[in-house]
Ligand binder design. Structure first.
Ligand code: NAD
Ligand code: TYD
Length: 351
């Protein structure tokens, strides 16, 4: 059967890497990138593959059920890889409802459309939902999140992702749709919108602006290179068992302050600045409310059962990421002009 794969959120950070990987690796598949192009969606991310014969873009909002049905019909969608979401914790603290609409209702709309369009032949179709480790809440000093860790979300973002994960699982159980979910740790890499820690700080180091470290800076995140997440998604899409969940991570934990110091050091070298120059930009600011102390993923299930492993070390990935930002200044300028300035002012002016 011809596979016509709908990838939602394909103009965003992770989605654009997934779209590129699938378009290049599987010329026999048709890839339909469905994205509403919010502030986080940018077709420039896909300029290199936009004319590929197996690629199509549809500007569609997942809140629009009728439009989703037309896209399913027009392209005879056979499978879904669902990444479209509101994805930034700080924005979810300011506007929780936006996260309920897109992440919960949007996901249920997509499930309903797939359920209706694939009726009677669920065994031929796959609905793959991309989620986050943040649904598991916060860890203490020790331990890892596994696939059986109970959900315990603390931010409106993670609560909305948790709800969407439950709906996907429930559609698998109730309607026997072939659903799969993966929960990944923090990603970093090219095309990351400069509101998240690594791209924001790269941009601020370039511009010699303060580096706002929340609270005591001892919060821990587990970082995975975005291109490795894309290969993990490829693996789970093709080999994952319906009804199962897979945790994705690189066993790569960093305290925020250590990561920021490493970033400063690498950037000083690349920018030809004196050692210690950018570290002086570090500024401790008011903490994020409900800030999760530590995330760490146990990725042994995907490694043992599906044979996936990350391909780059953190030092390699971070170095490649910095190089990408330094040589894509036009991209960075475009996304940080206009409304970005307003966002940055309102987020950091009173911290
Ligand atoms: P992103 O914010 O960079 O991109 C989200 C994309 O979704 C954008 O292109 C945006 O235009 C699109 N979108 C938003 N609302 C939409 C709507 N209503 N209809 C259609 N399209 C819409 O996000 P990302 O960092 O690439 O994350 C992608 C997915 O991966 C999300 O589901 C996120 O929860 C998950 N995830 C992210 C990380 C991470 O570190 N960034 C880690 C684990 C999981
Ligand atoms: P972020 O990139 O927003 O990802 P998430 O909250 O989804 O893990 O933040 C990563 C960590 O960096 C988190 O502990 C919050 C912290 N942080 C800062 O200290 N300063 C900042 O300006 C931002 C955006 C994040």
């Amino acid at each position: 059967m011809q596979r016509n794969i709908l990838i939602t959120g394909g103009a965003g950070f992770i989605g654009s890497h997934v779209v590129r990987l699938f378009v290049r690796r599987y010329p026999e598949y048709r890839i339909i990138n469905l994205d509403a192009l919010t502030y986080a969606g940018n077709l420039e991310n896909l300029a290199d593959i936009e004319h590929a014969s197996n690629y199509t873009f549809s500007k569609t909002n997942i809140l629009d059920q009728e439009a989703l049905t037309s896209v399913f019909k027009k392209f005879s969608v056979t499978d879904v890889i669902h990444l479209a979401a509101e994805s930034h914790v700080d924005r979810s603290i300011v506007s929780p409802l936006d996260f309920v609409y897109t992440n919960v209702i949007g996901t249920v709309n997509l499930l309903n459309t797939a359920r209706e369009q694939w009726k009677g032949e669920y065994n031929q179709h796959r609905f793959y939902h991309i989620s986050t480790d943040e649904v598991y809440g916060s860890l203490g000093e020790k331990g890892f999140f596994t696939e059986t860790t109970p959900y315990d979300p603390n931010s409106p973002y993670s609560a909305s992702k948790a709800a969407s994960d439950h709906f996907v699982r429930a559609y698998g159980e109730t309607y026997h749709m072939q659903t799969v979910v993966s929960n990944c740790s923090n990603n970093y890499g090219p095309n990351h919108f400069p509101e998240k820690l690594i791209p924001l700080f790269i941009n601020n180091i370039i511009e010699e602006k303060p580096l706002p470290v929340y609270g005591d800076g001892l919060y821990t995140r587990d970082w995975l290179y975005v291109k490795d997440h894309a290969t993990a998604i490829d693996t789970v899409f093709h080999k994952g068992v319906p009804g199962e969940t897979y945790n994705i991570g690189g066993f790569n934990e960093w305290k925020n302050i250590d990561l920021v110091k490493l970033l400063c050091k690498l950037m000083d070298q690349k920018l030809g600045r004196a050692e210690g120059y950018s570290e002086k930009l570090i500024t401790y600011v008011k903490d994020r409310p409900g800030h999760d102390r530590r995330y760490a993923i146990d990725a042994s299930k995907i490694s043992n059962e599906l044979g996936w492993k990350p391909s780059v070390t953190f030092e390699q990935g971070l170095s490649e990421t910095i190089d990408w930002y330094l040589s894509n200044t036009a991209w960075l300028k475009n996304v940080t002009s206009g409304t970005y300035q307003h966002y940055y002012e309102s987020m950091y002016s009173n911290r």
